[in-house]
Ligand binder design. Structure first.
Ligand SMILES: *Cc1c(COP(=O)(O)O)cnc(C)c1O
Length: 432
């Protein structure tokens, strides 16, 4: 595919002209004159989200308590309504998905239901490249069982210490009869590697292991087929590829086969709706993903997610993925041609097979990478930096252009060629 691209600016502009999704860029607020390549950390604000937030604000002003049942999307059912809307993005039935809580809270909630020790099956299987919050949560859950973490958390190591990649065969080898539950990210947040979810699920089930996935770095950019793959559970944030806004409510998926299981991080929003206001002290939880809600939905934040979902559903996840692959293929092509490895001390850390990566491309640099990152930002290009030496570029199908990718990599080359990074400090700031 890569030989279909050319390095000229003219070519980039031509790609934009032929892009069937180009007009969706107008549906987003673009931050000033910048080139935003950080949509995998915080997606840009959809104009539809502003509209839906304003709607809920008006409802709060004019309906007050009645908004719980009379708002356009009644707040009482907001979590279930947004879950049903998001279900097609992940190949699930409407009641298998709910928009609730936050990523890490949902992880706690799901693990507390699915982590059952039996005989020597006491361990959790995860990997050493996962997002730290997930690992903290798993350690906490093991301690809550009164078990020592050292013996009960098995972390699959990366293929090589510096490459930020996992080998599915190594994961499968680690699926022993001592593992009770396995948790993996769909996508490794640094390298962008997309794991083979159907394969891992199949192998886990052959070994009697429950398996779940943190899909924060894939939902909204990559199609999922949770039901078809038979995944046990999943959860993901809504502020990265889903554009739901900073700290927006997260999602969780429960395979309907598990609806009878008990939500142990229980809360009254998990009740059967018709009975919630009976205020009974017996927790009669709903036999659906909604049972895993804990608290009242955050209606204003959820409104932002609703606006964002509207855009996604209009475009369709398959078309998003198609353009996303073209954008990342093009970015890799430009790096290969403008910054060839023989001449430049940088390399692509992301898998080159598009089927094995999500929506960002990570470039591994050298000791100057943090300073190069700052030079990019000073010139209005916003990627993100992950220590010790990775810059991630996420060209987002819904709002980035091929011309922006062209400008980004040409600017990167200029910064390195002219040693412009030398005027930036080597110390890092708190949020990168
Ligand atoms: C972004 C992300 C999180 C974030 O957790 P919050 O609880 O939303 O702060 C967790 N896990 C992964 C894999 C992520 O990419």
């Amino acid at each position: 595919m890569t030989n279909l691209f050319e390095t000229t600016e003219q070519f980039a502009l031509q790609m934009d002209k032929q892009d069937p999704l180009a007009h969706f860029r107008d549906r987003f607020f673009l931050p000033g004159k910048t080139i935003y390549m950080d949509g995998n950390s915080l997606g840009l604000m959809p104009k539809d989200s502003e509209e839906s937030i304003h709607r809920v604000m008006r409802e709060w002003k004019t309906q007050a308590i009645d908004g719980w049942l009379q708002a356009k999307i009644p707040w009482f059912y907001m979590a279930e309504t947004l879950g049903a809307l998001a279900a097609p993005l992940v190949g699930a039935e409407e009641n298998e998905v709910v928009c609730t809580g936050t990523t890490t809270v949902n992880l706690h909630s799901l693990i507390s239901t699915f982590y059952h020790t039996q005989g020597k099956r006491t361990k959790i299987l995860a990997d050493e490249l996962n997002f730290p919050s997930d690992i903290y949560a798993l350690k906490g859950q093991i301690k809550l069982k009164g078990l020592p973490v050292e013996n009960n958390l098995v972390l699959v190591p990366s293929v090589a210490s510096d490459n930020q990649l996992l080998d599915e065969n190594k994961i499968i080898e680690a699926m022993t009869d001592e593992i009770a539950v396995a948790l993996f990210p769909s996508v490794l947040y640094r390298s962008g590697q997309l794991l083979d979810i159907p394969l891992l699920t199949k192998k886990a089930h052959e070994k009697g292991i429950i398996i779940g996935f943190d899909c924060s770095h894939s939902v909204g950019g990559v199609p999922h087929h949770f039901d078809q793959w038979d995944v046990d559970f999943a959860f993901w944030c809504s502020y990265k590829y889903m554009n739901g806004g900073p700290g927006s409510p997260a999602f969780l998926y429960i395979n309907k086969r598990h609806f009878q299981k008990e939500p142990l991080l229980a809360g009254w929003f998990g009740c059967i709706k018709e009975k919630q206001f009976d205020m009974s002290l017996d927790f009669e939880y709903t036999r659906a993903a909604g049972g895993w809600q804990i608290s009242s939905p955050s209606a204003l934040s959820a409104a932002a997610v609703q606006g964002a979902l509207k855009v996604h559903l209009e475009v369709g996840i398959e078309r998003i993925r198609e353009k996303s692959i073209r954008l990342t293929e093009y970015l890799i092509f430009l790096v290969d041609h403008l910054l060839p490895p023989g001449k430049y001390n940088i390399s692509i850390a992301t898998p080159r097979n598009p089927e094995r990566r999500s929506g960002h491309v990570a470039i591994r640099g050298n000791d100057n990478t943090w300073r190069i990152h700052q030079a990019l930002k000073a010139g209005g290009i916003i990627p993100d930096f992950r220590p010790p030496n990775m810059i991630r570029f996420a060209p987002i199908a819904l709002y980035n252009t091929f011309h922006e990718v062209w400008q980004t990599i040409n600017r990167l080359k200029q910064i390195i060629d002219n040693k412009e990074y030398e005027s930036f400090p080597a110390e890092r700031s708190a949020i990168t």
